[in-house]
Design a protein around this ligand. Structure first.
Ligand SMILES: *[C@@H]1O[C@H](CO)[C@@H](O)[C@H](O)[C@H]1NC(C)=O
Ligand SMILES: *[C@@H]1O[C@H](CO)[C@@H](O)[C@H](O)[C@H]1NC(C)=O
Ligand SMILES: *[C@@H]1O[C@H](CO)[C@@H](O)[C@H](O)[C@H]1NC(C)=O
Ligand SMILES: *[C@@H]1O[C@H](CO)[C@@H](O)[C@H](O)[C@H]1NC(C)=O
Length: 509
């Protein structure tokens, strides 16, 4: 049965009945779905001790809280970072990073690519912080901004894009930078914003590099299993034995945990700081390690989320497979995740609460617009679960007093039949992805048109192309970045060419 994508209402009623069916299917299961996987925001906390890798000035801009109405709300201070050292004020481009769900200084520090290429483009660099994150807090403080559903109401992608548009427009005026084309950059949620911004504000920016941007991870556009299937494949490709051990471990956790003093036993086995309250907490903690490992399965050592060796999944599986004879599945799994949680060997005990389960801005966004349905099925190494809209809704009502609008993003930005919708409309967007990254399954992996292109690497992980170049960069990464630079150069050249032509033809009239 195919639902015409032009009819969100029809889709709504159909999918609601579908969710009801799924709920019934769920009741037979023991374990709940894990906490929804996160994008990167929870890690985006700047270590203020560490030296800043790049030079920039930090500025504040007085921003309108509600761009989409004329209600009389207080303005707020939006933070942005600027570096104009290499900029050619005649017509040099402006490279604008669309801030994600976290401290903008962290994203600036982790987006070396734009810093690396700014000099050759003679570009100005701007990193704009996303409202409600970092220090860009409405109502003057995080506490007030996050008080309740009313104060959080303006934490939406639409408002964030409008912030960016207003900021760019005014900055160009202030710098008399009329002739400077703006190119958007973003990774993960920031990449989604960059792509959407190019579609919504084509007069503000000439193109967007959207890296690891899962703009299709909504409704039923991609199979719901895709995220956990990709994580699972990343483990399976290293070792089938490793995959099978992890797959068996969930049952073992249930069995051991349900024995007399079972939770105490598991607490000891997994070196936890506090006694486990439920086996689910342990399973969630393990499953989020596997998901993050898949996101950062980079070919060289990194400290992006956690200090890790190169190809960390290979290391995890080596630990799992090579544990001493007689080790149980749980011993093996513990040795494996210790690579993720304790690579430096300095952790005394594991604090599950330290795992990002606290309320964050992303939780609000996931409870309002960013409903990304995910399930775990036959090909997965995780326990089986189905996305259950009703329980998502209940959780959101409980946590925030808000009802999700699962069909709003595709109504506002599209997503269904992308190639049809954008084939002849829209241009100059690069969707870059690495297939090891579980978010790649919800991104654009096929060329949409001549100018909306997908650059895909088999061995890449979460927006590795946006990271600073290193001596260890493999050739496929160098090639991917070279293609990006070539396309961006073409956009800029074309902009100047067309501008000149338009100018001279107008002058001659
Ligand atoms: C532009 O200049 C005005 C006046 O100096 C200033 O108040 C405003 O913050 C500037 N805008 C931006 C985006 O920096
Ligand atoms: C972390 O690793 C060190 C070194 O191997 C080990 O002594 C310590 O017990 C580990 N911490 C936990 C919580 O397992
Ligand atoms: C999309 O087109 C570009 C050329 O513009 C090419 O380099 C790239 O490999 C294509 N992507 C896919 C996924 O086929
Ligand atoms: C457009 O034409 C005007 C007047 O001839 C000139 O001053 C201006 O620099 C031109 N702009 C561009 C982008 O060529």
């Amino acid at each position: 049965m195919r639902v015409p994508s032009s009819s969100p209402l029809l889709t709504l009623s159909l999918s609601l009945s579908l969710s009801l069916l799924l709920t019934f299917a769920c009741t037979a299961q023991q374990q709940e779905a894990p906490a929804p996987p996160r994008l990167l925001g929870t890690f985006a906390k700047l270590n203020r001790e560490a030296p800043k890798p790049y030079e920039y000035e930090i500025r504040q801009f007085t921003q309108t809280l509600d761009h989409l109405s004329f209600s009389n709300l207080p303005s707020f201070q939006q933070r942005y970072l600027i570096n104009a050292r290499h900029w050619d004020p005649q017509s040099g481009p402006i490279f604008f990073y669309c801030g994600n769900e976290g401290d903008i200084e962290w994203f600036a520090a982790n987006t070396g690519f734009v810093w690396d290429i700014a000099p050759r483009f003679r570009a100005m660099l701007l990193f704009a912080e996303h409202r409600y994150y970092g220090e860009s807090m409405p109502y003057g403080s995080r506490e007030k901004a996050y008080k309740d559903a009313a104060s959080l109401a303006h934490l939406t992608a639409e408002q964030a894009l409008a912030d960016f548009a207003v900021l760019i427009t005014e900055l160009k005026k202030n710098f008399s930078a009329d002739a400077s084309p703006v190119v958007l950059f973003g990774g993960s949620y920031g990449g989604m914003l960059a792509a959407w911004m190019r579609l919504k504000y084509p007069h503000v920016a000439i193109g967007a590099l959207a890296s690891s941007a899962p703009i299709l991870q909504f409704e039923n556009i991609v199979p719901r299993e895709t995220f956990y299937d990709i994580v699972s494949n990343d483990f399976r490709r290293e070792s089938v034995e490793c995959f099978n051990t992890i797959k068996r471990s969930w049952k073992a956790i249930e069995t051991d945990g349900n024995k007399y003093d079972g939770l105490v036993y598991l607490t000891k086995k997994f070196h936890l700081c506090k006694t486990l309250k439920s086996t689910q907490d342990l399973s969630d903690w393990l499953s989020s390690a596997y998901s993050y490992l898949a996101m950062v399965d980079y070919p060289y050592p990194s400290e992006f989320l956690m200090p890790l060796p190169g190809y960390p999944i290979k290391e995890v599986c080596r630990k799992i497979d090579n544990a001493p004879d007689g080790s149980s599945d749980l011993d093996r799994v513990f040795a494996g995740v210790s690579i993720y949680y304790n690579y430096t060997g300095t952790v005394d005990c594991f604090d599950l609460q330290a795992d990002p389960h606290g309320m964050s801005g992303w939780d609000w966004q996931a409870c309002t617009e960013m409903v990304m349905p995910m399930s775990s099925g036959d090909n997965s190494m995780f326990w089986r679960f189905n996305f259950d809209y009703i329980s998502t809704q209940e959780r959101c009502l409980k946590d925030f007093g808000v009802n999700p609008r699962p069909y709003w993003i595709t109504t506002e930005f599209g997503g269904h039949d992308l190639r049809f919708a954008l084939g002849k409309f829209g241009s100059n967007i690069i969707f870059s992805n690495g297939l090891l990254d579980p978010w790649s399954g919800g991104s654009v992996l096929k060329n949409v048109s001549e100018t909306i292109v997908a650059l895909v690497t088999k061995e890449g992980a979460h927006h590795i192309d946006l990271r600073a170049s290193t001596k260890e960069d493999p050739s496929w990464l160098l090639a991917q970045r070279a293609s990006e630079i070539k396309l961006i150069t073409e956009w800029i050249d074309q902009y100047h060419r067309v501008r000149k032509e338009t100018n001279s033809s107008c002058a001659s009239i």
